[in-house]
Design a protein around this ligand. Structure first.
Ligand SMILES: NC(=O)c1ccc[n+]([C@@H]2O[C@H](COP(=O)([O-])OP(=O)(O)OC[C@H]3O[C@@H](n4cnc5c(N)ncnc54)[C@H](O)[C@@H]3O)[C@@H](O)[C@H]2O)c1
Ligand SMILES: [Zn+2]
Length: 421
């Protein structure tokens, strides 16, 4: 018997940039990013944008076209910007993937050109998947527009769409060419989307960085009041911790069974499903983090004062820590909506041995390979008992503080944001 041994080492490198007003004609960042690698100028760009973002930033697509005219020596638009629906529906219908691939084809977008995806995590996932599969991968430039996508989903190496009734069933590991976070987009987020991504910051702080957790605690009221400076700082540090973990954690493409960044996520994924996506990802993560922290406390891993700090912070940030779906069918293991089935589903998605990240202190994580069902039930009972009498937050708003901060800074986008309220 003979065999030839192959050994390929591939290096990926990308930057996550932070800016304000990415498409302002005199902002050189986008031009500089796409011109960073010598290629034939002008480079071709296909912009695919989230319809929700376009609605709240009505001048954006004109700004994109004006930007291309202003920097015509460096870049050109392969086609008029393509607008795709925002949110989860865009990952459910394969026609959206095809629309992006078809535009890549029609616009002669090659592997030295760029697909620029502008939007929330769902649009970035779908456009990223289309870009990764056209020509076996064209360069992807992500412009995330939600807190969650700027500090978590948009800075990593995964993209996907939903298929066969399974979330993220089709997808690839494909590092982006670059990511550009523009804080101006955040002002138009609804309160739930502003808050949602904060839970990912709490999550990563809890497993990796106690000082970061302290700083979120100190800034909680300002975050709730939608002040931009603490949000910018939170996004920066959270993105940095995610990027560092992916780069130096030893398993960027998740070949092993351990997935530390998915702390709190086994229950979160199940809750997203059992609530029919009534809960946003970040909201479900907050509950998942509260549940696994409570479990760790009950198991004697996490000291009580630390456990109290975790729950108190999540509540101060306005997260609910309990949803009725935690309890429904909890003791019917064969029922598809039983929360505990989330453990098996979590393991199946990753393969290998069940590996759950728990806490033994703030900033200190520990892996376990099984969960005691009675203790999970006891943890749920504690969260149920902690429910506030009234809803933790007021009605859904959209960037009131953000708007006044912008007005103080004299930026030109106050008018249309106010109109969107
Ligand atoms: N690839 C990954 O590693 C990864 C990780 C976590 C989550 N995700 C995915 O991310 C998705 C969730 O992303 P999300 O939380 O960013 O929400 P989202 O993409 O579902 O967007 C939520 C809503 O906000 C709108 N929107 C986006 N930006 C806006 C803005 N600046 N102003 C006003 N409205 C805006 C969208 O149109 C949409 O209606 C899920 O599909 C999830 O599976 C992916
Ligand atoms: Zn997450």
């Amino acid at each position: 018997m003979q065999s030839i041994r192959q050994d390929i080492a591939v290096r990926f490198e990308y930057a996550v940039h932070f800016t304000e007003g990415l498409f302002d004609a005199d902002n050189p960042l986008l031009r500089d990013v796409v011109c960073a690698h010598p290629t034939q100028a002008p480079v071709r760009l296909l912009v695919a944008a989230d319809e929700g973002v376009c609605r709240h930033h009505p001048g954006m697509l004109h700004a994109v076209e004006a930007y291309a005219r202003r920097h015509a020596e460096a870049l050109t638009l392969a086609a008029r910007p393509l607008v795709v629906p925002g949110g989860e529906p865009v990952k459910n219908d394969p026609r959206h993937v095809e629309a992006v691939q078809s535009a890549i084809h029609a616009g002669a977008v090659c592997r030295h050109s760029y697909v620029v995806a502008v939007g929330g995590g769902a649009v970035l996932d779908m456009v990223g998947y289309a870009a990764a599969t056209a020509h076996r991968g064209v360069r992807l430039l992500r412009v995330p527009t939600t807190v969650l996508s700027q500090n978590d989903s948009g800075v990593g190496v995964k993209n996907s769409v939903n298929a066969f009734g399974t979330k993220n069933f089709l997808g690839t590991f494909a590092p982006p060419y670059a990511v550009i976070n523009d804080s101006r987009f955040l002002c138009t987020l609804g309160d739930r989307d502003w808050r949602g991504g904060i839970s990912e910051a709490v999550k990563v702080a809890l497993i990796k960085d106690a000082a970061f957790f302290d700083s979120i605690e100190r800034g909680a009221e300002r975050l709730v009041a939608r002040e931009m400076p603490p949000m910018r700082a939170l996004i920066y540090r959270c993105a940095e911790l995610h990027v560092r973990h992916i780069g130096s954690g030893g398993d960027p493409f998740e070949m092993g069974s351990s997935r530390p960044l998915d702390f709190g996520h086994w229950a979160a994924h199940k809750l997203e499903q059992t609530t029919g996506y009534r809960l946003r990802h970040g909201e479900a993560v907050a509950i998942g983090v509260a549940l696994d922290s409570t479990y760790a406390y009950l198991k004697g891993l996490l000291p009580e004062p630390d456990w109290r700090r975790v729950l108190d912070l999540l509540q101060r940030l306005g997260f609910a820590l309990y949803a009725a779906e935690l309890d429904e069918h909890l003791h019917e293991r064969s029922h598809p909506a039983c929360l505990l089935r989330g453990l098996a589903e979590f393991r199946e998605h990753l393969g290998g041995e069940l590996t759950i990240m728990l806490l033994r202190g703030i900033g200190e994580a520990v892996e376990v390979h099984d969960m005691d069902q009675e203790v999970v039930a006891a943890a749920i009972a504690i969260l149920r008992a902690r429910r506030p009498a009234a809803a933790p937050t007021g009605p859904e708003g959209r960037g009131a503080q953000c708007a006044s901060a912008a007005a103080q800074e004299g930026v030109p986008w106050t008018t249309h944001r106010a109109a969107a309220q």
